[in-house]
Design a protein around this ligand. Structure first.
Ligand code: ADP
Ligand code: ASP
Ligand code: MG
Length: 439
């Protein structure tokens, strides 16, 4: 069993969608589960529709819906060639767009918002299945909403996913191609929910882990995991091998090619993950596995925006114990994870990326000392071998950014990374400078 995930651009137009079949057949796998994202741009468009409803701007929402509908009319005209295929396609898009329009009559809450966001993957997967049917290729559509479950902490329930998915597969012992939606799931209340933006990678890894698949393949629009963010840096290059830890660290710290949590299920069940390019299928891509190929090397750089730094300064911290516990308890109370941390005798700095409870957190921390908040920060994370057997790597990193103000440096937490906190306006310069000095 292989799990193949195709991202938004890989199903971004009818030609691309049609070409997926040859990539699936190339695998020569006994069984393949194909995880699809929404057609590129659709989820952003659905977010805009949902925002308009949320603000009570019904006319705006309906205009946005009409625009998206028009693009799907063109899509199905190019995808299907038989009257039956065209009719099926038209019925399908009418069904989904009628549902979107229907929210104009209802009270709009986050429940409706998540139903709207789910329509993209529901559309792309059914369109692909209709296309396969039109050309005479058998496939089975597995509804993600029947097996992808998260609990009240929004954590996937692996046992349940394994159980429900296995049962669905057992109903089709002779089928070879299964198609399912990335991104969408049901939450603890049984409502339609999602795995957060970019979540189709996570879906693929969860399925791969749950079924102990031979391999998970993430097909996207670039020839593998690059050693820096190609959106900001020109001379980046693909990395052939990454360990699960390295990939997880890079994904968590902002490498958009992978959803931040998507490495963990594959890592837990030791399922290798391959990153491949739909437009260049012969390229090697990147293999994420138990590899230790990168020993002794600096491997890659990633950056995560939207970070807030909080410094708590207190002379009471001097020689005190239990101080950090009380500080951390504040973040725990507001379910706000901390990313980076640095301490001195009389101050501690931490970063968070979720500002929902910032005001309350700052108010509670004020009980311990003076609190300073810096917004618009970015974490730049350099991943590589920073273990005891190597030396000089940290110096090279710091040397590369000597012309840029750095707010925090975190080193030694793991042997895999060194992280710098900089103002977001300096991020691109930091990425470029590190690229030029480290590789
Ligand atoms: P998909 O729609 O297939 O999920 P994404 O847009 O989510 O694709 O991810 C692929 C994009 O990630 C690339 O086009 C690239 O711009 C961006 N990216 C950011 N960092 C990296 C990196 N380190 N290596 C490769 N791509 C990266
Ligand atoms: N369609 C979703 C998004 O755009 C999920 C994904 O593409 O991975 O975020
Ligand atoms: Mg993605």
């Amino acid at each position: 069993m292989k799990v193949l995930k195709f991202g938004g651009t890989s199903v971004g137009n009818p030609e691309r969608m049609k070409s997926l079949l040859s990539l699936i057949q190339l695998q020569k796998a006994e069984k393949t589960i194909v995880v699809l994202s929404a057609v590129a741009g659709t989820t952003n468009h659905l977010v805009a529709i949902s925002d308009a409803y949320h603000k009570g701007e019904k006319e705006e929402a309906l205009t946005l819906i009409a625009n998206l509908y028009d693009s799907y009319v063109v899509f199905i005209e190019e995808l299907f060639s038989t009257p039956e295929g065209l009719q099926n396609g038209a019925d399908l898009i009418n069904h989904h767009f009628d549902l979107l329009k229907g929210f104009a009559q209802e009270l709009f809450t986050t429940v409706e918002e998540r139903i709207i966001l789910a329509q993209g993957e529901l559309l792309s997967t059914t369109l692909f299945q209709f296309y396969l049917k039109e050309i005479g290729v058998q496939s089975v559509l597995l509804p993600a909403l029947s097996f992808m479950r998260v609990d009240d902490e929004h954590e996937p329930i692996m046992d349940r996913i394994h159980h429900d998915l296995s049962n669905l597969l057992d109903n089709h012992p002779f089928a070879e191609i299964f198609i399912t939606q990335g991104f969408i799931c049901r939450n603890a209340f049984g409502e339609i929910d999602n795995l957060r933006r970019g979540g189709s990678d996570y879906t693929a890894s969860l399925i791969g882990g749950a079924l102990r698949a031979e391999e998970v393949q993430i097909w996207t629009d670039i020839d593998g995991f690059h050693n820096n963010d190609p959106r900001y840096v020109n001379n980046t290059s693909p990395i052939e091998n990454l360990s699960f830890e390295e990939a997880a660290e890079l994904a968590y710290f902002g490498a958009k090619i992978l959803h931040p949590q998507s490495v963990f299920p594959a890592q837990r069940y030791k399922v290798p993950v391959r990153l491949l390019d739909t437009l260049l299928p012969e390229a090697k891509g990147t293999l994420i596995s138990d590899s230790d190929e990168n020993k002794g090397k600096i491997i890659a750089i990633a950056a995560k925006d939207g970070i807030i730094a909080i410094r708590i300064h207190s002379t009471r911290m001097l020689l005190a114990y239990g101080f950090l516990r009380r500080v951390f308890e504040v973040f725990e109370r507001y379910k706000t994870p901390i990313d980076m941390i640095t301490t001195s005798e009389v101050a501690v700095s931490v970063t968070i990326d979720n500002s929902t409870h910032l005001e309350s957190i700052v108010a509670d921390l004020a009980d311990f000392g003076d609190v300073e908040v810096d917004e618009n920060q970015s974490i730049v994370c350099v991943v590589g071998d920073f273990g005891p057997a190597t030396h000089g790597h940290a110096t090279r990193v710091v040397e590369a950014v000597k012309h840029i103000p750095v707010r925090m440096i975190s080193y030694g937490g793991s042997e895999h990374n060194i992280s710098l906190l900089v103002h977001t306006e300096n991020k691109i310069e930091v990425l470029r400078s590190l690229q030029n000095r480290l590789f």
